[in-house]
Design a protein around this ligand. Structure first.
Ligand code: AMP
Ligand code: MN
Ligand code: MN
Ligand code: MN
Length: 276
């Protein structure tokens, strides 16, 4: 089976490597097909594609769109869309423009528990300021030794009910599918195992996603357990979704799964890359 890794991040969002470095690392790791899927931004795609073309690796334009569904923050991946599509680009721009204000409010919340300088501190970690994210705040909290690693940050800070969390309006599921499908792309649910949804609500969510034109779900993901892989493999079969595979690599030393180093998709599923 092809070694396809269809989910990773560059410094254009909250990754640690440039888009070109990522593509080089993917080739070195034996990846046959890579999709760069930065959060809410397409800026890294040309550089990654250039390196992929030079080194003979297949490359798919990608994006990971932040949305909310029933007040839960969910990520929808888009693949193989028209990169110049105006509605997609305007939609992503609207998400980015909300992030700076959110970051200021997060910083104000952290002040309340005595953590100062978080806005500037997080910004120092963000190569693309308009993509300031919780990951950059998390790196700052590790840097100033409030937490020992990113994992413990997301246990004690920046999540609902914890210091530094602020509610935020993200686009709807409907918006993200209009943008991706409208630009001729394929939409996939990112790491479905990560969402705190009951089994019934997950089915309802997947039904909504399918009704709106969604075609795929990530079955093999860097943030899935073996049990998640089995559960979402089954659901992919049941809902007739194409299956995707992605490490969600953010950077060396930070992500436990490197580019292209995931197990293959379970047997019997139709891989999403067959339609690219
Ligand atoms: P944002 O888009 O600003 O809400 O930030 C979300 C980002 O924070 C994700 O894309 C991850 O990179 C990071 N993140 C969220 N939860 C965790 C976690 N439990 N462990 C590590 N990183 C996380
Ligand atoms: Mn991220
Ligand atoms: Mn994600
Ligand atoms: Mn991701």
């Amino acid at each position: 089976m092809l070694n396809c890794d269809l989910h990773c991040h560059s410094i254009c969002s909250d990754g640690l490597l440039s888009a070109a470095e990522l593509a080089r690392r993917a080739v070195a790791n034996g990846v046959d097909m890579l999709a760069l899927t930065d959060h809410d931004d397409l800026a890294g795609l040309p550089a990654a594609r250039l390196v992929a073309d030079e080194l003979g690796m297949a490359f798919v334009d990608g994006v990971e769109i932040s949305i909310e569904w029933e007040s839960l923050q969910i990520h929808i991946l888009g693949y193989a869309f028209d990169r110049g599509d105006p509605a997609l680009n305007q939609g992503l721009q609207s998400i980015r423009s909300g992030r700076i204000e959110r970051a200021r409010r997060m910083s104000a919340e952290l002040e309340k528990v005595g953590i100062t300088g978080a806005f500037a501190g997080a910004m120092r970690h963000a190569a693309n300021p308009s993509l300031i994210s919780r990951a950059h705040f998390a790196r700052y909290l590790v840097e100033i030794a409030v937490c020992k690693d990113l994992r413990s940050v997301f246990e004690s800070y920046l999540v609902p009910g914890r210091p530094g969390y602020v509610a935020h309006r993200w686009p709807t599921l409907d918006d993200s599918l209009r943008w991706i499908v409208g630009a001729g792309g394929v939409a996939a649910v990112a790491h479905p195992g990560r969402y705190k949804l009951s089994r019934a609500d997950m089915r309802r969510f997947l039904g909504d996603f399918k009704d709106l034109g969604g075609q795929a779900i990530e079955v093999m993901s860097g943030s899935h357990t073996q049990e998640h892989v089995e559960t979402f493999g089954r659901l992919a079969g049941e809902f007739r979704f194409l299956a995707s595979r992605g490490s969600d690599f953010h950077g060396p030393g930070e992500s436990h799964v490197d580019l292209g180093r995931l197990p293959p998709l379970p047997e019997g599923l139709q891989p999403v890359w067959q339609v690219f």
